[in-house]
Structure formats: C-alpha cells, structure tokens
Design a protein. Sequence first.
Length: 487
Amino acid sequence: MDERDLIREALRNMPAAAAHVAADSPAADAVYAPLHHGAALRVDRSLVVGNRGVGKSFWASVLASDQARERAADLYKLDELRHVQVSLGFHESAGITVGPAPSPEQLGQLRAQAYTGQQIWKAVLLRALGPLSGRVLPASLADTMRWSTANIEEMEAALRHADATLLSANQRFLLVFDALDRLAPEWAAVRELSNGVLRFALDVRGFRAIRAKVFLRADQWHDEVLFRFADASKLRSERVELTWTQCDLYGLVYQYLWDHPTAARAFQLLVNRVEAAVGGSPSFVTRDLRESDSFQEGVFCELAGEFMGSNPRRGRTYNWLHDHLADALGQTSPRSFQIALRAAALAASNDLPRVLDHLSIKAGVQAASDKRVEQLTEDYAWIRIALEDLAELEVPASPDTFERRWRERETVKRICELAQTREVDAPVTFALPAIPSEQGILQSLKSLGVIEERAESRINVPDIFRVAAKLKRRGGVRVPPPTARRG
C-alpha cells in the first residue's frame, strides 16, 4: 500500500469519539487535551455546560480516575489536580457500579419520603467522604438520610470535620455529578433533583476544601426553572462551556494519524513535506498540528485538495468540512467530525490522487448528519417527529412557515401523545407550566442548536441537521449514497 492508501485505511478505521460513562476510567494515554478545556477541570469551577458529544462524561471520568487525572494535570499544568480526592455523586451507571452515587430508583424512593434534593445530596456527600467525616455512618443511604435529618448538628459537624481534615493534609475533595438527565424517568422529577444538585453545589462552596462539580446539558442550562434559587447567578456567571474549536478537531484527528500503528510513518512524511514547504521548525511540528490553523490547513490540503471543487468559489476544504458540521450555536462535536472523516474515507475511491476529495467529504457530511440526528433523538425522541414533519421544506424560511407546517401535521399533538406514553420526555419548553405550542417547538429546537434565527426574521437549519431531515436549501449539500463512491 502506498502512502495515500495507508492514511485512507487508517481514517476508514478511525473510531468515532464514543459516548463515555463517567464511572469507566479512560486510559491515561487516551486523554486528548483541547486547549481551552482545562478550566472545566479546575476544582473551583462548579458548573460545566455542553451539548452531547463534547466530552462532559469523558472529563467526569478523567476526574474520577487517579491515573487519568494525573495525566490531565500534566497536560494542562494543573497542579491542583494532584491534591484532590474525587468521588462521583451521580452518573449514568449509578446503582450499577459500586460507589456512593444513588440509583434513580433510590432517588425516587427518597423523594417519595419528602426528602429534598439538598438533603439527599448532603447525605451522598457524607457517604462519599467516609472516614474523613470522623463518623461511623449507617450502612445504607436511606439510613444515612434518616440519621442526618434527625441529627442536623452532628451531620454539619461531620462535614466540618472532613473539611478541616482535608485542609490539614493539603487536600481537597470534589463530588462530581454527570448525566443529570438520568436522575429520574420523568422530566419534572429530573428538574427537581437537578435543582437540588445546583443548590447543593452552591452550598458546599461555604467549605474551604470541599467542592461539587456539575456537568450539565445545554438544554438544561437554558431551563430557567433549574436556577430559581437565591444566588444562582454565582454559579451561572462562573460556568465553563465545553466547546471544540476547528483547531481542536483537526488536532484530534492528526494526533490519531501521527500515532497510528501502520499509517504513522506515511502521515509523518506528509506532514514533513508541508513543514518544509512553509519553512517551519521540525521541533514545533507536533505543536503546530494542534495549534496552528495555517499549518493544519496545509496538511489537510495535502490530504484532500484545496477546494471543494475546481475553484475557490466552492469553498476551501479545511473550513468547509468544519462549517457544514456545525450546529446553530456554531459548535461541531468531535464525534460528528470523526464520523464525517471516516465516512469520507469509506466513500473515497482507492484511485484518487489524494486521500480524499470534495465529493467524499460531502458524503462524509451526509453520514455525520444522519448520525447526529439519530443521536439527538436518543435523548429527545420528539425531535424526529418535529423534523420529519418539515421534510421538503425549503430553508431559510419564516417562523410562520415552520409553525404552519406543524399545525397542518398536528405535530404538537403527536409529540404530547408520545410524551404521555413515557416513551420520551417532552421538550424543555413543553415542561414549563404553559400550553404546548408550535412556538414551544421552535424555542426548544433553538435551545438545542438545531435551528438558528437570522436577522431578517427567517429561520435556518444547519446542514448537520438539515441533510438528514431532508429539508431543502439552495446550494445545500447533495451527495450520492456513500457506497456508490467506493473504488
């Protein structure tokens, strides 16, 4: 196999960023550190917000793993991570794996006994602190709840004891919360318990050594009900938003190729040619692969050509791929980016003069769009109904055009019927104490980054959703089935 074949085959087998589970420890050498994610790991930054696929659960798993946390401390030069003990307060597999995190079933039983979210999470913290509290706690969470609510002064003394013990040892303690949408099967209960988590995260800031860190979905961030408590603005103003820049995304793929067991030499030779052409320093090649847009673009032009066609009017490949994978918030997830490049490599003919071409890149966007909508509907099944009812609509279009189509198809009625079966939770705005409406669908789609409002009072649907939803747009992505492109 020649250089192009080796790199193309590596891309064809590139694993897309998998959905992580916070309780599963990642390999230390698998930690990729986007330049701006370090703030999300700082102990005093309590709230981290991000869409699906941007790494919330991954970073929660890094914090919960001693080895991975040490690696992150090296990568981000965060010495504080070497002096922190971490436990998971809630996560996707709570109740399945061993640990203090209560299962959704346990939380349901505790709520039925009229315990508040703050009371529940304080008891979870006590159990996570263990011997640091200076107390021998009851054997179960339910018994700990009964003891702590009946002996408030002793419970508070136990927390102060743990705080002082940690301080004297130059240590801190972090209770991490992830996958809050899994707290309960009903959205109203999720809201109540999530509100308790956020109140708790603010409360523990009264300690000197104990903190909570909450990884929150973007739609929950936009849910004002969760933040209806005193001083919630303190959490909101210090939030960290997990985003991936274009440089971060290409850097992730380039690192994969640089370290690949069979394609590394071929990719490194290609990179060296680009470095020689721009007159760079070999000692900075790996840094520039992560941090330099111009150097990254030079490498991608070697891989896929410069333009999305025969001239610049079609767009430059380096920017085009990223831009057509972005949601309405301008964000592209690493999962979508990797899926697109893998699908592009699968669609590329083996006799291409380069690894990829503009047609295979378009096929990659098609595949990423299909997968992105599929992933989104795993969390919000109602979105499939809302988008399917818009099929063949041409965008951008006025809000009235969207709403008229949904009224014609009785979309709101069908979504509410689906929600009542408990097969799916209603959109965030549907869960508010208001009459469900077509405007509610628009607002929910906007908060999730599925649609964008333009200045001329028109609504657009980005290609990452539009292509799979079969909406029309003049000049939009049109590609043949990927299998038709294989050579």
